[in-house]
Write a protein of this length. Sequence first.
Length: 428
Amino acid sequence: MNARPPFLTYDATRMHVRAADLRALRAPLTRAHTRIESLRAGGEHGFFDLPFETDSVRIVKETAAKARKRFRRMIVIGIGGSDLGARTLWQSLAHSDKGMALGFLGNPDPELLAAYTSGNKLWWKETAVCVVSKSGSTLETMSMFFAVREALIRNVGLKQHVGHVYVITDPNHNALHKLADDAGYSLIPHPLNVGGRFSVLSTVGLFPAACAGIDIDDLLEGARWMENQRRKQKAASLPAQFAAMHYIAYKKGKRMHVLMPYAASLSELAFWYRQLWAESLGKQKGKEHVGPTPIAAFGAADQHSQIQLYNEGPNDKVVTFLRVDHFTTHPKVPRLGKGMESYQYMSGMTFEQIMHAELEGTSKALYEAERSNGTLNIPAITPQSIGAVLMFYELATAYMAELMGVDAYNQPGVEAGKKIAKEILTAS
């Protein structure tokens, strides 16, 4: 499908946000936009410009093309932003038989690791390994990499294993960069001014995506369209207005923010969003602790697990549905004959119709119960629409952080736990 803009729209008619509240936020939102443009112009945070990159995209394409010719699969080793973005791209877009299969090691679970390190010699001969760590010192990532590296060497040999390994890390000489240099691994630079949870459209997400046969030019086209819209429309842009509505809801006690895609291939995107919203907005602000709690849900399945709470439980949530206008296949419920009278209402229906009706029914029921909800719409699950959604949420996060008065780009709460874990392991 040749997707054309708009790659993403938003229906906020059921958000229960008053026009007066939006007007009151106009000046703060304009200041937020000015601050964001200052950050972009100063190059302090480079995710705004990733859709316009050319040099790194060229490197990714060339390296991925060589990897696809040699290997059938790739193990991607990373955690958090070094894992969730590539997972999202793989799940939603990797449908080409020309690409490599991707497997992900994003958690140092012993049984998961054992499953990946137990392959035979032929399996390893056809397997590449991509390790992703901006700092080059991430405990979980590096420990898993060393275990996988040992298995790789055992099966293909010390000399041969070098050609199987791809390293994405800070281009400065951290420990992983030095290890890669010394060993002769393929090095792909992680942009210095892009944090992990904002890195899906950098080499971190693009290299695994290109290896999987995903059209990264189309992916970046969608992201570029979204960023160009933001630059043109400024504080009136879709991500800015989305952030404003969620900020208003947050200030009125709606502290839980749900993303609920109605498509099986978009469930990982909800987990990617969860990290982005949580790490960027959950902060200590002086003596105050602030931040909405993001929740990953999945339609229509979670209508039968979570919606009861959302509809009749505490009115402290905002739900964002993600609707796919057109699916790529159109199976139908069979025509039902005699003796099936109870099921005639669904006879001959497409499953696309069923999904749309489920979403609409849930959205309307929440609205009638005075529960805030809005719907993001994409024309289809294409690289352009996914690129637009990813860029949209990164931009909305930036605006939300400015409105809340927090730094979207640090994570001191994460660093504290990592430091203690390292101390425990050092002492043991």
